[in-house]
Design a protein around this ligand. Sequence first.
Ligand SMILES: Nc1ncnc2c1ncn2[C@@H]1O[C@H](COP(=O)(O)OP(=O)(O)O)[C@@H](O)[C@H]1O
Ligand SMILES: [Mg+2]
Length: 242
Amino acid sequence: MSLETKDVRKAFGGVVALDGATVKFREGQVNALIGPNGSGKTTFFNCVTGMIRADSGQITYAGQDITRKAPHAIARAGVGRTFQLCRVFPRMSALDNVLAAVRPGGLLGGLRGARHRAEVDRARGWLTRLGIEHLIDVEARNMSWGQQKLLELAGVLMGEPATVLLDEPAGGVNPALLDRIGTLVRELNAEGRTFVIVEHNMDLVMSISDHIVVFDRGRPIAEGPPSLIRTDERVLGAYLGV
Ligand SMILES: Nc1ncnc2c1ncn2[C@@H]1O[C@H](COP(=O)(O)OP(=O)(O)O)[C@@H](O)[C@H]1O
Ligand SMILES: [Mg+2]
């Protein structure tokens, strides 16, 4: 079930966001994708999830070519993601947000009776797991930024993805929540989920990752376990400009 890209290129006008990105993220691992701002990390997620189309190159997931697949097909294949700028419905409750994540547009009309109750139970389960069950009836706009990020993640997990892509999960959240996110990722990974995490908080990245890929200018410049990446001169160079 590894996620692999081969020579993926994506340009926006004259800006080359991905410049021949060849990457392999292994099944069952917590993978991190790090690199300076503008190095193409979010564009990589957008291409992998079908939200934008790569100009060239190939993307495979679990041995299946997903290069030209639509976002819903890639989600169905088992890849879920969160967004750097957190996507929730501000005027909907936490419960409705999580339900909407798996039944877009079909909130009230979709399921009835026992099946609806089962979905509500599952949604409640994820909210509890993420520690925000007390906010179940609260509208997303009345939650803190960190709580909204957990809510978004609960929605993603409702889809039971085998692989979860997180775009800066720790960005703008307080230190206590940071710890919770780290613990959660390790727990969910122990249950069999694969992660790819874009994150700037190096303490978090180094403490939870099995494998790290470092991007610079749209392609990987280094990869390996935290112990190796920590001292890699190319990585220090890309970050510090030395
Ligand atoms: N939709 C877009 N239109 C134009 N340029 C874009 C778009 N998305 C990203 N870029 C550019 O592509 C480069 C990579 O961006 P991005 O993938 O967001 O980097 P990162 O997530 O690593 O910070 C940047 O120069 C950015 O300005
Ligand atoms: Mg980004």
